[in-house]
Design a protein around this ligand. Sequence first.
Ligand SMILES: [Zn+2]
Length: 295
Amino acid sequence: MSQTWNRECDLESFVAFSLEEHEIPSCIWSEAALSIYGLPMSEESDLNSTAWIIPDILLGVTCLVLHNKKFSLCVDRNCDLLSGHGFHPPPDMHIHVKPDSEHGGITHDLTFYRKSRVFWAFPDPPLGAPAPDDPTYMLVTDARLPEHPDERGRQPTGNYPVKILTPARYIEGTILLALRDLVGSANEFHWSSVVQHLWELVADEENDLVTLDDLSGPFGEHMKHFGQYYFFKDLSIHENGRKYIFEVHSKMKEFKKLPPAEVMNIANRHVSYGLPPGKWEGDSLYDGSDCFYFQ
Ligand SMILES: [Zn+2]
């Protein structure tokens, strides 16, 4: 890519602008978002990456737009991000942004996920800035976000708007992921570790960004019982939490309130993606070269 950058927020803003000028709404999540909420991140956390949610039907166009912006989409089938053993579930499409000399030689990964894989319960992100009272999305520059000396915290203003989920929706979405993949998924331990991490955000008395009371419907109860299940050494409390969570899982599955658990089959999921030139009339983005993404 020809653009240079030395702050994550500049790169993220450039990506959001590049997508939205083609009417592709986006939202960042995962470690980048958690750090912006002010959640303490461990050294093992993958902070040299930004994960994005994209409406399902726009993933192919996203691929073409970024390709046209000189980003090189990774097509390496042996890439660590696709191994299934990485920190995150493998993305649908990703890019390794090579650093400029000012960025200390660290590659920054951009990973893209279809919205239905991660936050299916919520509406698509809006284009541009969300309304100030939008219950689902907010800007990374929102005054409600904490300024944080050690984590990313509230981001500097002046860039093109980048969106994140409001913290309450983020927690609710992660609870749904943990329930979806509670049994029979390669992601089971991943989501449980994220729920445990989010407990730190809820319990952090110095960060009043979100509390259990901010969670809607049954999610406050769900989160409380996840806490009992994961953290309580007292066996009866731990068992009470475990029983509650598995009963909720079982009921939601029975009434088809959860998608099937995500089972990654790496060998069968890497497909080529290519559309004939002229598919998008009046749009010159497609230059005839193949793009690849994970479907
Ligand atoms: Zn790669």
